[in-house]
Design a protein around this ligand. Structure first.
Ligand SMILES: Nc1nc2c(ncn2[C@@H]2O[C@H](COP(=O)(O)OP(=O)(O)OP(=O)(O)O)[C@@H](O)[C@H]2O)c(=O)[nH]1
Length: 351
């Protein structure tokens, strides 16, 4: 590393995640190169144990401590199981990684962490959460969710990708930047429009009118509007370097939002703790109260005849439909009561 730490902001940690082949590794390389032209120093961490070649020189490489092939043989696992196990083993040493990063904080502007191609291995595993949470306990940490834009030009694929991004953000409780990659291959304008304006997305969906999946996608896109409001989005080409200014701005903005995400999280857990101690002091009736809330959630999440009907109707009437869903819940008091009894017996009273 030839560059020096700017000392203007505290060191930001970026976790680069995304579907296989979306361009995560290329982005890590590009980001390091771009930031070095601004005299900003990056520190690169590779957490993909199965990658054979990477186009950058990582400062920390999971492959130095774990041999993915040995893990596969030793634990008799398939490729994905071995990646997950390697990550689990690495997570047991996460304190060492964090100590190392902390010791570099003075010299480094940005830690960039490359994650396995199998996105679910990192984002849905305990080890992924442990690694992310440990880094976030020491540095403002953000998620860069890389989208393979040429593969997301169909509304259905696009919305599936966004649902994934949304679920990761809420699971990890970290600010997320959607990075629309490969803009040298396809214009990313369509995606920006779909993110900013539901009507444009709806127009695209009208070509699939009547198809069950199109109704589902519209329904999902509507539900995602809130998520779209809290994320940042930028268009880049990791291959050519186009859009890197915009990306760096988004990273800095997201890092500033990190503390409010954390405060929100603390706020939620404090509220949960307060609710739980109140429940304990109030005894069994409160525990039924909580079960009731859980069941209400369950009923809303389950596809009912009513909700199936909703997916077939125009969403202009969604408020009316939502009201009737609530009414239906009230009508289903009998089923509700049966579920309540079932839950009251199967859930421990402390729940
Ligand atoms: N044209 C173009 N190709 C890109 C871009 N970014 C990445 N690629 C190509 O996309 C392919 C996958 O890129 P990687 O960086 O390996 O993607 P990845 O997400 O790290 O892949 P996995 O780790 O296997 O999931 C490679 O052939 C890259 O050269 C881009 O902005 N434009």
């Amino acid at each position: 590393m030839t560059t020096t730490h700017s000392n203007t902001t505290s060191t930001i940690a970026c976790l680069v995640i995304g579907m296989a082949g979306s361009g995560k590794t290329t982005l890590v390389q590009r980001l390091a190169a771009e930031l070095s032209t601004r005299d900003l120093c990056t520190y690169l961490v590779n957490l993909d144990p199965a990658v054979i070649q990477i186009p950058y020189e990582p400062n920390v490489d999971i492959r130095d401590t774990l041999n993915y092939k040995d893990v596969q043989v030793e634990f008799q696992l398939g490729p994905n199981g071995a990646i997950l196990t390697a990550l689990n083993l690495f997570a047991t040493r996460i304190d060492q990684l964090v100590e190392l990063l902390e010791s570099r904080e003075e010299q480094v502007d940005t830690f960039v962490v490359d994650t396995p191609g199998q996105v679910e291995v990192f984002t849905w595993s305990s080890s992924g959460s442990i690694i992310a949470e440990s880094i976030a306990s020491s540095f403002p940490t953000i998620l860069l969710y890389v989208v393979d834009t040429p593969r997301a030009t169909k509304p259905l694929t696009f919305v599936s990708n966004m649902i994934y991004a949304c679920s990761i953000m809420y699971r990890m409780q970290l600010p997320l930047v959607v990075v629309l990659n490969k803009k040298d291959l396809v214009s990313t304008e369509f995606a920006q429009q779909w993110l900013n304006d539901f009507d444009t997305f709806d127009e695209a969906m009208q070509q699939l009118e009547g198809d069950y999946s199109s109704n589902l996608a519209r329904s999902m896109a509507l539900a995602m509007e809130e998520f779209y409001r809290v994320i940042s989005c930028c268009s880049i080409s990791a291959a050519t370097g186009e859009g890197m200014d915009e990306l760096w701005n988004c990273i800095q903005k997201a890092a500033k939002e990190f503390s409010s995400f954390r405060n929100e999280k603390n706020h939620i857990s404090m509220k949960q703790e307060a609710a739980s101690s109140e429940m304990q002091s109030q005894g069994a009736s409160s525990s039924q109260e909580t079960s009731r809330q859980r069941i209400a959630k369950k009923l809303i999440c389950q596809p009912t005849e009513q909700s199936k009907q909703i997916t077939q109707d125009t969403f202009l009437q969604r408020d009316v439909e939502t009201t009737s869903l609530v009414e239906q819940m009230n009508e289903e008091e009998e089923e509700y009561q049966a579920l309540l009894n079932q839950f009251s017996t199967s859930w421990p009273s402390s729940q």
